[in-house]
Ligand binder design. Structure first.
Ligand code: SF4
Length: 739
């Protein structure tokens, strides 16, 4: 007998609905797209289709590991937690809270427990040494949104299904399935855009799969999108094409300042640096101004560069100046179902990292300086690291030095289902349950979705005997950080977390539970525990919530449970001015810290374009960062980790398809096979990230066999966007020679 469960896929930002058949032993018999899902309508990509293989992976840990005599050996949960307690508390007592660093990997945002229970752990640790995958990814976008709109999570997304013109910079959504733009079936939605007469323009050094199907591909030089966008602003101003629209006119300030800033960036002046003809830039500006509904969207190629924050800012500047912000078919703000934490005034660079003085942003320091904080002696030196669903030795810059630094720490604790390049250094590994054993709700991605929707998936399979849920692991670590000894009374700790959430919600005037009595609300939630209880609270306090009886027909978790295919809350709606929480109450188009960095960009204009090669990354449909490489059915034996190079660059170096080459940067080198392709512009080579699972001690059988090199061995941790501290991973100068 099989049974069917309906779940949201947690493997990428697209949040597709899955229809999963489970056999008698609760093993996955088949995975199909859920045709009734209100958002994805049956779409499924290869990653979702191989979820069963991921669930059954024999390399996945089913019990904690503790280091004994240099070896990671299986241990019981009590023994593992006791090991953490004795060593962590000793380090805290001797060296203070900042001696313990935390690194959060990207899967945390795909995980309800991670979204709700990491915060209590961080509060308990009281460390300022927080790092995450954000600073090798989208951190510049948070900062630009913080300055423009007043909140780092106020990120406008393309209103994809209603736009007439989509301009994509540094993104390959046909392959990534979307990022900072949650939209299941992106290939179908992009095809639909063109079918209804809309246009797709891709600005990217590579002719990606998205660019292949675009109406126009502009093969820009890596890292020069900020110049191109300023040239668009320049053209809009020069040709009298600026019109923010009646809907924004009273809500924007700084238009004149941003126009003045664009003065030096005439298309004719930036053209040589960008590698795009001035006429093409002017045409792009005109097209954006003239389109009924248009939107500019930028992703990794615009954020992981030396001008990441400036580029992220200018994407929204162009959307504002062409009247396309906050209107249907333009860039719009989602309104998710759950109550979001009350917006505090956005503050950035409230403190600086100890060694390199890099700025704090959204409560964390850039991971590009984690190695420095570990290896540099002094007060506040990092002596212990807790990683949660993170593999920084593969995912972050200067990977070899970071790996060596982590190996020398007094304590490493990894909440991770695998022994990876990072967790192989752990003293304790705490494996969370499998995906189907966890409940799921997308707190992060429903706030980035191109349509307002809500989906909840209950746990489909019971926990294994003795296995704590992930939120229980995190709460136990939090209690240990506060000095308690395991075993921990998890329900008492959870009651405290709930109390804090209730206090926060009733104090927020925008919540549907504002000013309500905390004790009364607690009684309504008595039947649930853990993430479900918190989620129920957030849904009922949210903008569509039932307010525990005050808004008849409103949302609650019970309502979502009654709708396993999700609830459609409708298309995106205008959100300005409510969404704007800057000190002035207006969209700040020319915030001072971003304005101050423009002089650096102008100096960059005069940099001579060298004839060396620069490296960019690339995505593949069959991988997801560093965390899907152990699924044999995904890679299907293909060599995915190749160095793509233009035929003329290859010929100059005597390289042909399959030649093994050494790629060398200022900090390291890797050896990989070459793939000769005219999809890249001359002077640019491309290597995917997330590979490099062949180190001693890594227990990823399939990923090790598949090979591939760690692109972060080439990334120089000194190269950052100075405004955000985000690592520069695109546009790295490299040398390529036959191996
Ligand atoms: S596109 Fe993303 S969410 Fe959809 S099936 Fe694939 S991995 Fe899962």
């Amino acid at each position: 007998m099989t049974r069917t469960v309906i779940r949201t896929c947690p493997l990428c930002e697209a949040t597709c609905g899955l229809r999963i058949e489970l056999d008698d032993a609760d093993q996955v018999a088949s995975v199909r797209g859920d045709t009734e899902d209100v958002f994805s309508g049956g779409y499924l990509c290869p990653k979702g289709a191989t979820l069963g293989e991921l669930e059954a992976d024999p390399d996945r840990l089913t019990a904690p590991r503790v280091r004994r005599d240099g070896q990671l050996v299986e241990a019981g949960w009590q023994e593992a937690f006791e090991e953490v307690a004795s060593r962590l508390q000793a380090i805290q007592a001797e060296h203070g809270p900042d001696a313990v660093a935390v690194y959060l990997g990207n899967p945390n945002v795909h995980n309800l427990a991670g979204q709700l229970y990491v915060r209590p752990l961080l509060k308990a640790l009281r460390t300022t040494n927080l790092y995450s995958a954000s600073s090798v990814d989208q951190l510049p976008k948070h900062i630009s949104s913080g300055y423009l709109f007043g909140a780092p999570w106020a990120i406008p997304v393309p209103d994809l299904d209603r736009t007439d013109l989509l301009v994509v910079l540094g993104a390959n959504p046909r392959v990534s399935n979307g990022s900072l733009m949650t939209a299941p079936d992106l290939p179908g939605r992009l095809t639909a855009l063109r079918r209804r007469g809309g246009r797709l323009v891709v600005v990217d050094p590579a002719r990606t799969r998205t660019a292949e199907r675009a109406d126009l591909h502009l093969a820009v030089r890596p890292g020069t999108d900020a110049l191109l966008l300023f040239a668009v602003v320049h053209t809009l101003a020069e040709e009298g094409l600026i019109d923010v629209g009646d809907h924004l006119r009273d809500h924007v300030q700084g238009v004149d300042e941003v126009v003045a800033l664009a003065a030096p960036f005439a298309p004719e002046r930036v053209a040589p640096a960008c590698g795009i003809e001035a006429g093409a830039i002017r045409s792009l500006a005109r097209e954006l101004a003239e389109a009924e509904r248009a939107v500019v969207y930028g992703r990794l190629g615009t954020t992981t560069v030396a001008f990441g924050t400036t580029t992220s800012w200018l994407v929204d500047v162009v959307n504002v100046l062409t009247g396309n912000l906050d209107r249907p078919g333009g860039a719009m703000f989602p309104l998710p179902a759950h109550h979001r934490a009350p917006r505090r005034p956005f503050r950035h660079a409230r403190r600086h990292s100890r060694v390199r003085g890099l700025p704090e942003a959204i409560g964390e320091f850039p991971v590009a300086t984690l190695t420095d904080e570990i290896v540099t002696p002094g007060q506040g030196q990092v002596r212990a690291l807790i990683t949660i669903a993170g593999n920084p030795v593969v995912s972050t810059p200067d990977a070899a030095r970071l790996g060596a630094a982590i190996a020398g720490l007094d304590l490493v604790v990894a909440v991770d289902p695998y022994v990876t390049a990072t967790s192989r250094h752990a003293d304790v590994v705490l494996p969370p349950p499998r995906i189907l054993q966890r409940s799921h709700y997308d707190l992060a991605f429903s706030g980035l979705a191109i349509r307002n929707v809500a989906n909840h998936s209950p746990a489909a399979v019971p926990l294994d005997e003795g296995q704590p849920d992930e939120w229980e692991i995190l709460l136990t670590l939090a209690a240990i950080a506060l000095g308690q000894s395991p075993p921990i009374d998890v329900d008492a700790a959870d009651a405290f977390v709930l109390h804090q959430a209730l206090e926060s919600v009733v104090a927020d005037p925008s919540a549907r539970l504002a000013t309500r009595d905390v004790d009364e609300l607690r009684t309504h939630l008595a039947d649930r525990r853990g993430p479900e209880r918190l989620l129920d609270l957030l849904l009922r306090a949210g903008p569509y919530g039932d307010g525990f009886g005050t808004h008849e027909g409103g949302l609650s978790l019970a309502e979502l449970e009654a709708h396993p295919h999700g609830i459609d809350l409708g298309p995106l709606r205008p959100q300005v001015p409510e969404v704007v929480t800057t000190d002035s109450g207006r969209i700040e188009l020319a915030p001072e810290p971003l304005v101050a960095d423009v002089a650096r960009l102008e100096r960059h204009l005069d940099d001579t374009v060298g004839d060396g090669l620069v490296l960019i990354g690339r995505r593949h449909l069959r991988t997801n960062n560093s965390w899907s490489h152990n699924v044999a059915g995904l890679a299907k034996g293909q060599q995915l980790c190749t160095l793509q190079i233009h035929p003329d660059d290859a010929a100059e170096r005597g390289l042909t398809d399959g030649t093994e080459v050494v790629v060398r940067s200022t900090v390291g080198q890797v050896t990989v096979p070459v793939e000769v392709t005219d999809a890249l512009r001359r002077g640019v080579v491309s290597l995917p990230h997330g590979f490099g699972h062949d180190l001693d001690g890594v227990e990823l059988t399939v990923a090790r066999r598949a090979g591939g090199a760690n692109s972060n061995l080439l990334a120089d941790r000194q190269l950052v966007d100075p405004v955000s501290g985000n690592a520069v991973l695109n546009g790295l100068p490299v040398e390529v020679v036959p191996a």
